[in-house]
Write a protein that binds this ligand. Sequence first.
Ligand SMILES: NC(=O)c1ccc[n+]([C@@H]2O[C@H](COP(=O)([O-])OP(=O)(O)OC[C@H]3O[C@@H](n4cnc5c(N)ncnc54)[C@H](OP(=O)(O)O)[C@@H]3O)[C@@H](O)[C@H]2O)c1
Length: 262
Amino acid sequence: MKTIGFIGVGKMATAIISGLDKNKFKIIISGHNLTKTQKQAETLNVTATSNHEELVQESDFIILSVKPQVLPSVLSKLINHLTKDKTLISIAAGLTLSDLKHLADSENQPIIRVMPNINAQIGQSTSAIVKNEFVDDSAYATVQEIFKSTGSVHEIAEKDFSTFAAIAGSSPAFIYMFIDAMARAGVLHGIPKDQATAIVAETVRASAEMILQSGENPWSLVDKVSSPGGTTVAGVVSLEQNHFIGTVIDAISATIEKEKNL
Ligand SMILES: NC(=O)c1ccc[n+]([C@@H]2O[C@H](COP(=O)([O-])OP(=O)(O)OC[C@H]3O[C@@H](n4cnc5c(N)ncnc54)[C@H](OP(=O)(O)O)[C@@H]3O)[C@@H](O)[C@H]2O)c1
């Protein structure tokens, strides 16, 4: 049985651990406060190690799930314990494979970078994955399996990670804004906020499902809902006249720009 070690046991690690099959993998964790980590281990039905070094020694896969600003100092203390049969995985926003290679102080350490999103908390993350050339097929397949247990996994080129972070990592915030705006319009026209929010959220979920299930281009679905001279096309034209598409694209571009300048 392969052992997966998590360094840092916050929201994302907890979400990933919750989705994993404990009969298939041995899971060990290490935080920065042993008493707290032991309590978390009990709740999550996994094993606490007393320190990060011990975790690295026992793990086949080491998932660095601390905040990006903490990761360099955590990793720098582990370099003497990393061996080439261990795969290092980072879920930290903004740290590239090249950054991680330098931090691991190794030319040929197997390293995988994964970018999950907040929907991991309900087992529906949309994650991106990229590996360096030292990861073998078997390890790569296992890491994909780990992240597929909390949602979907997309193999993308590393140059596209910033774009992915905007359209999958930050976009839930934009989608929440859209849902809230539409629900507020429902309130304006007389429906209580809770009910309006549920109505819009269910409609957004089903509309996304329709795109995924039908394989149709979203724009052709817009046309299908828009009867000639009807109510929907009046709303579609109003959105267009108020630069809906351009506004959304600008928001994604601003998000990408910000990440590149961090
Ligand atoms: N949350 C998301 O939606 C999301 C999405 C994509 C990627 N990520 C990435 O996932 C990583 C974790 O994010 P998160 O949201 O799970 O953050 P989080 O909830 O703050 O978890 C980070 C954990 O690291 C622990 N920690 C701090 N210093 C440590 C140390 N020296 N050694 C061991 N553990 C330490 C913290 O413990 P204390 O709380 O006790 O300080 C905390 O439990 C980040 O790199 C982030 O970029 C998160």
